[in-house]
Design a protein. Sequence first.
Length: 278
Amino acid sequence: MMLRPQWIAALVLALAIAAGFALLGQWQLDRAISSGEVVERSTEIVQPLSDTVSPDGPPPKVAEGQMIETTGSYVPGDEQIISGRHNGGETGFWVVSHFVTDEGFSIPVARGWTADADEAEAIRERLATQMSILSLQPLTGRFLSSEAPVLPEDGADPHTMTTVSTAALINLWANWSDQPVYQGYIVDSVAPEGLAVIDSPEPEVEVPLNWLNIFYALEWAVFAGFAVFLWYRLVRDAWEREVEEAEIAAAAAAETSAGSPDETSGPAGADRSHANAP
């Protein structure tokens, strides 16, 4: 049955369709891998902040963890304490200041870390009253995206902050009035007296996979297998149909043969025999 010309042609068609599905699956796999490729970049080469990210907009992925530099000045009185921050395996506090670049753009700066809450408060008060000797000063650190604000736990001080959220900080800056602001913050590479430098390691490079494309690739593989299976199922159905028709025909022939009387037997045959007798 499978060697008949029409079924060989059907097999060729099924294999062609399966090959097309396989190519589509390969294309989906290539998309899944290519979308997960990591663009080689060096986050440790210091870049100008203005060339890395723009204010009043989401930062690009390539800006995450980038070492940057800029110039500007701190705004005394806008310091905030961020609790629950880890440094060297210990939990403590960050002191975060309001920095304005020489272009007039605002950005939070994590100045340093301490394990003592009272010390963090004392340094915050000191920085709030400390005036910069220079109108503009350099700043070098690692740029990180703004964190989502988190509500304090039940029973905690409602003013407690545990994340560096630009959206939350601008509501606490005294003289901020809708100036452009970066949607992220800088971890300072140095720390004021009394604070430890915040641990800011080079970001790890991860290679994500597009699981949706992988799922589509598996679907195309299933379709390719189904094309060949469909051909096999059609051939088998045709073979079973022929076998069934042959059995029906054989049974009908047997019934016809069993129901036909012998012309030389029976009374009529006997009479003719006596008539011909000498």
